[in-house]
Design a protein. Sequence first.
Length: 287
Amino acid sequence: MAGAQQPVEWARHWSYAELPDLDLLRARYIRHTFPRHSHEGYVVATVSDGVEDIGTPAGTLHAGPGTVIMINPEVPHSARAGIPEGWVYDTLYPSAQVINDIAADTTRMRGTVGFAETGVADPYAARLIAEVHRAAEEGNALAADSVLRVVVTRLLTRHGTAFPVAAPRAAGARDAARARALLESRMAEPPTLEALAAELGTSPFALLRAFKKQYGMPPHTWLTDARVRRARRMLDAGTAPSVAATEVGFTDQPHLNRHFTRIVGVPPGAYQRERARTYKTGPERPR
């Protein structure tokens, strides 16, 4: 008797024109691993099959079916399969504007809001996240927008918090922020750690320690993440992947392909093709 067919990896990262400032990812990953990275906006996801292991600053979260994952902007995290069969999940990437507008409209929280927990067991919210995807894929803008607001309100009400006003930065944090700004401005030709530290008037080790404390990853890892973010914006604007690769500092398109796929979850060409369609109705849902 023939053995059971092994599952295969697939992924679709797209946007729905009627829900601006929101990206959607639906995927099955088995061997794929996401390196430590962060997002400018929020991550709201749910696993429908298998187990995803998410590395966070607080430890590893084992997310199975019914788990809702909430990650705030700029929080470093990684992900990989928690079992050999991998995991299937629906992910929403709402911008900070989307989350904070919903919070202002439906909760008493004001200012910049976020989630106090990374993973919670909430099968109902999990079904709502999947329903946002389904409604978008069917081109049902009213349902997609309505359910998105319902699930975000539920999660904010149960697990949300308002971020405190930032305190004045210590010297190390100021150096880290200045280093980040310099790396952003010289992305294609970044300095060495020693040269960067000398320009800021500190030591390489002190800068490395301060940067990791502030951003959760060393400068070279952060720079790769930042290059992929900038490449995404260029791809969204229609720039060819080969051009985006060199503009952001990768040696060539295969170099971009490797890091983009690891961090975003799909290759840059597939990402750009999906975005260029600017769906009024969604792509076919994988079976």
